[in-house]
Design a protein around this ligand. Sequence first.
Ligand SMILES: [Zn+2]
Length: 239
Amino acid sequence: MKGFLLSIVALILTVSLLLLAALFLPALLRKSQAEAVAGALAPTVILDAGHGGRDGGATARDGTPEKELNLDVTLKLAALLRAAGYHVVLTRDADYALGEGAPVGKRKQADLAGRLALMKAQENALFISIHMNTYPGESCRGTQIWYAPAYETAKTLAADLQTAVKAHLQPENHRKVKAATSAIYLLHRATCPAILIECGFLTNPQESALLCTPDYRMALALVIFEAAAKNFQAGTCRN
Ligand SMILES: [Zn+2]
């Protein structure tokens, strides 16, 4: 019964968000076409699906590795952004890591360095890293968003995304967005406005089940899209 209710809630959320997207996508398309005509500098969205290859990241309650969930949200978000006319670059588009040729013991560092190099190679970009969270015990749940402390626009984007998550997906989420410390390699060294979204906790049974549902991952992609599009419209990502 609980599972059924969750499915219904996820379905209602997805349909609502799809309707929302259908309402504002045409306006966004008109805007991006108008900008292209005006010769405006086209922004690039770099999407970073966390982990990959040998590095599976965390594990959902049903055994699904985090890397698969991250990639699926990323590909869904990439499709939405491309449909709206944005230039999208992916740090990975399949199940691999960037540092797989590196010596054992240096692969994680090589992977992160490769992602950072991709970020550095883009001008006028916005970087969005997508992960899933864990915590000892089962009680923690809800999206947590981090931002690169060097960029005020990253903080704005993080706050807008937190607002969208609360409005569309998690009305009970009272988390605050947080400035990344040096523990978050890519945000701490970011060369453009960058955020990292921990979509939810794989250690919470209900949230893990939701995150393993394609409809819920589409709902997540839609809320990230909404926040990213809002910031580009405002022209705040011209760094
Ligand atoms: Zn992760």
